[in-house]
Write a protein that binds this ligand. Structure first.
Ligand code: SF4
Ligand code: SF4
Length: 87
């Protein structure tokens, strides 16, 4: 399951640099998460890093993107492979 930033976001800029997958970006008004890049931090950390640092707790799981641990692991591996081909 990917994570989602709600409109309670105060644009504090804290989460964006914490994401190991570069899944967080500034949207039209608030920060957003690209669900195709969010692995719940699987492959990098035990806990979603953005959730840990958000001062207003506005990063819940995205109910539209339900994925098993195996799928998240596969997404992580795909992203790593893409990184390698990009460098
Ligand atoms: S859970 Fe991890 S991978 Fe997903 S947006 Fe947050 S920091 Fe990035
Ligand atoms: S840490 Fe929370 S409040 Fe700050 S930019 Fe990220 S989602 Fe918004």
């Amino acid at each position: 399951m990917a994570l989602l930033i709600t409109d309670e976001c105060i644009n504090c800029d804290v989460c964006e640099p914490e994401c190991p997958n570069d899944a967080i970006y500034m949207g039209q008004e608030i920060y957003e998460i690209d669900p195709t890049k969010c692995t719940e931090c699987v492959g990098h950390f035990d806990e979603p890093q953005c959730q840990q640092v958000c001062p207003v707790s506005c990063i819940p799981f995205n109910p539209e993107w339900r994925e098993s641990k195996e799928k998240l692991q596969a997404k992580y591996e795909r992203l790593q492979a893409e990184l390698k081909t990009a460098t």
